[in-house]
Structure formats: C-alpha cells, structure tokens
Ligand binder design. Structure first.
Ligand code: C2O
Ligand code: CU
Ligand code: CU
Length: 474
C-alpha cells in the first residue's frame, strides 16, 4: 500500500486528510547541495541562481511539475561568512515575473528582493552586499506581491547560512549534510496523479497534509554521529509545526531565526510558524531509530499528527562534543526607556491597522540604528509577523515571557489568535527613503491578500521630511 492510499479515507471536513500514519520511511533524505561561488580577485563571492521549471519524482512513478533554483525543486544552500562581500546573480527563466527575497539578511532595501525588485521573465537581477550579521540560518524565496504563495509552494525556496568566526570556535556540529543538517518542512496537496493542487482553502490558502522534508516524501536520515545539529525551517505557506521526537526525548535548542541563543535551552517540543527557523542539537545512540513528528495543536494551522522523518542510527557513531553552556556572545536586544513604540493591529486575513498593502504607500519611517518596541495585536485567528532587515527579541506574549527557546534573536514570530506580542526591534543602518522594506504575516495567502506594510530606514532627524508616497516606477 502506498503512503497515499493509506492517507485516503481519513479526511476531516474542510482541512483535507489529517495525519500521515501510512509513512514507511523508504526514501533517503536528500540535503540541498552547497552552492559554490566564483571568487573574484578581490575576494568577492558571486553566486548564481536560476529560477526554472522542471519535474520532480515526489511520489513513485508520478512526476510532479515543480519550480526550483538551479534544478527542478527547491534551491541549493548558499553558505557565507560574516565579512564576505557577495554578489547574487539571479536569472528568471520561469516565464513570469518574480523576485528573490533574502529572508533574514540585513542589507540595503534595494537588495532585499521584496515586491519592488521584480525580475521580468528572461531577465536577471544582481544584488550585492557585505555580510554583516551573526551566524544564522536564513533563507531565500520569491516575494512578488500577490503571487508569493504560489511561487513558494511550487518549490522556490532555499537556505542561506551565515557563519561567524566568533561562533565557529564553539565546537557545534558543523559538517554540512552529516552532523549539520537542514530540514525544510513543507506541506503539499498532491493529487492522485502526482500534481500539486493549487486550490487554496478558505482562510489559510495552500495547506496540505503530505509533508515533505527537503522536498522528499516519506524520508529517513542515516545518523553517523552521536550529536546532530538540525536547522529546521518552516517553509510552508501556512502550516505550523509542533515538532517532537516520538519517544519524547529531550533535545537542545541552540538558535532562533536570526542567530544563536545566549545559552542553550533544553526542551521536548518546539513550535514553528511559517518562515521561522530553529537550530537544535539532538543526541542519538548506535542502532536506534526514532521518528520526528509534528503533533496536532489548536491554532487552526497545525491540525493533525504528521510523521516527518525517521532517524536511523548506524552501528557505530562518531562521538560529538557537548553543547557549550554559553553560545552567542552578541548582547541581547534591549529597548531603552523611552524607546519609540508602534502599534500594529492584525484583522481579518488581509489588513494591518485597517489597511491593505499599498505598494505606493510608506506606512512607517524608522531612524537608522534605532531599537523600538513594536506591539503586534491580533484581533482574530492565528497569524504571524515577519519584519525584513531587522533582528528582534520577543519581549512578551499577552504579557508573559516566551519560553527560553524563543528568547533568541528572531525575525518572524507566531501571533496566536486574540493575542498581543511585544517585540524589541533592532533596525540596521542602511538608509534609503525611497526603497521600502516589508513587514507582514508570513501565512503567504494573507501576505498576498494585503496583510503587509512598508517601512523605510532613514537618517535620524530626517523622518518628518520623508515622502509617504512612492512614485509608481518603484
Ligand atoms: Cu520570508 Cu517578506 O518574507
Ligand atoms: Cu523577509
Ligand atoms: Cu496571517
């Protein structure tokens, strides 16, 4: 019996089948290849990414039409170090316009790849910047306003890892694909013939119950070391994951979206809403097998229990080092007394502060280098909130401190229904009053429908003079 046949018949109304108990873990997990740059005489690293269509064998014998970077599905992993000068050459061979946004990167707005940096079909775009941020698991994906959900869903997403000489000495597992393994979690709706269904569901949009890890359905991973670092990305359009091991073993969270925690946090379950990343270290014994799964929650976007991946440990494992008790040396993000405060109210599935996204409207003007307090109030069902360019710390959720594992530097946060989240947001120094950055719900249907706003970063003292309307060529 195929995994799909097992899925059929356990449907729940509206949300499609729930659970995927029919998995047999027969497919070896693939890990996206590292993208090799060409390095010029001055040390600049140039990476080339081509957006293209292709076909992918997700289900046996039923090739699926997909999109990818430099291949049919997903994209290679870009890995850089703090201080690197990078040039990204992005070629669009999709046959329709798109963009590529560097989610988590701190860079000038004109290089950010948001909805203003459209790449016409057949054209290329070549942003460049200097990597100046702590070690982190970032990622890249399209961001064309109104079509982000479909472009990501069809397969355009990849990881963008930053190393930092300051943290390389910590002895964390760091052999890519061996003991430092990315897990890109995405849910799909695969029709019986293997095609990706693109019918959005009410409220959440594209939410399915076939979970792929790194694009692989029904996967296993062969463990060869006692400690394995997993860089988990929720790359789904809307689905939220409550991730745990089936035997409820504990594991160590070492990093959040924008960098390492200051101290490790030991947990037995973590939650990731769309766009969020976590770095964890899990321990394995020789010959053991254990399943990583996502358990059902009550947020509407985390229904059903889903097996994600089976870890299969080898007869002999290479011993790893214990996780050090001190991790990031970067001071935690603090807002000083009198910090500027802004309020954002999420309502319905398409509005922030009562307005839909308008590409020509600047909603907020922020002075360079500021640390502000942003209140994100959700008046309805589950949403989340992502801010481009920044790193933030979650101060509280409904007045309560978040769990220790969510107190690291972040750029995306879950905002439960009828809740308020307060963030201490640290802005960068790249000023440009005419090129906006985005903030939005990362449930991609909501973002596409208009639950998004724009801010510019400007020289302190010039805020009042900044035009609030952009001319249409932007
Ligand atoms: Cu991951 Cu504005 O996006
Ligand atoms: Cu982003
Ligand atoms: Cu939302």
């Amino acid at each position: 019996m195929s995994g799909l046949a097992a899925l059929a018949g356990c449907g729940s109304p509206g949300a499609g089948p729930t659970g995927n108990a029919g998995l047999s873990f027969v497919n070896r997990l693939t890990v996206p290849p590292l993208l090799a740059p060409t390095v010029s005489a001055d040390g600049t690293k140039q990476f080339s990414l081509t957006m293209q269509a292709g076909r992918t064998a997700i289900l046996p014998g039923k090739p699926t039409a997909t999109w990818g970077f430099n291949g049919a599905f997903l994209g290679p992993t870009v890995r850089v170090a703090r201080g690197d000068r990078v040039v990204m050459r992005v070629q669009n061979n999709l046959g329709e316009a798109s963009t590529v946004h560097w989610h988590g990167m701190r860079l000038p707005a004109a290089m950010d790849g948001g909805p203003h940096q459209m790449i016409a079909p057949g054209a290329s775009w070549t942003p460049h910047w200097t990597i100046d941020q702590p070690a982190a698991t970032s990622w890249y994906h399209p961001h064309p306003h109104g079509s982000t959900a479909l472009h990501v869903y069809r397969g355009l997403a990849g990881l963008f890892l930053v190393d930092d000489p300051e943290t390389t000495g910590l002895g964390l597992p760091s052999t890519y694909g061996v003991d430092d393994v990315p897990l890109i979690l995405q849910d799909k709706i695969l029709d019986a013939d293997g095609a990706l269904s693109e019918n959005p569901k009410p409220t959440w949009g594209l939410i399915g119950s076939q979970i792929l890890v790194n694009g692989v359905y029904d996967p296993y991973f062969e463990v060869t070391t006692t400690s394995v670092r997993l860089r988990i990305l929720n790359g789904s359009n809307a689905r939220m994951y409550n991730v745990e091991f089936a035997d409820r073993r504990r594991f160590t969270v070492i990093g959040t979206d924008a960098g390492l925690l200051s101290a490790p946090a030991v947990v037995d379950r973590v939650q990731l809403s769309p766009g969020e990343r976590l770095e964890i270290v899990a321990e394995f014994a020789p010959r053991e097998q254990v399943v990583l799964r996502s358990v059902a929650g009550d947020n509407g976007i985390d229904e059903g229990e889903h097996q994600l991946l089976k870890f299969v440990a080898a007869e002999q494992l290479k011993p790893g080092k214990p996780v050090p008790q001190r991790l990031a040396g970067t001071p935690r993000i603090e807002a000083t007394a009198g910090a500027h405060e802004r309020r954002f109210r999420l309502s319905g599935s398409d509005e922030i502060n009562g307005r839909e996204m308008d590409m020509t409207r600047i909603d907020e003007v922020v002075p360079a280098g500021a640390t502000e307090i942003w209140h994100v109030q959700n008046t309805v069902y589950a949403h989340n909130f992502h801010i481009h360019e920044v790193a933030f710390r979650v101060l509280d959720v409904n007045g309560k401190q978040p769990p220790a594992y969510l107190q690291g530097p972040k750029d995306t946060v879950f905002v439960p229904g009828k809740s308020t989240v307060r963030l201490a947001v640290q802005f960068g120094h790249h000023t440009d009053p005419t090129a906006p950055y985005m903030y939005h719900c990362h449930i991609l249907r909501h973002e596409d429908k208009g639950m998004m706003g724009q801010f510019v970063i400007v020289e302190p003292g010039t805020e009042a003079a900044v035009p609030r309307t952009l001319s249409s060529h932007h």
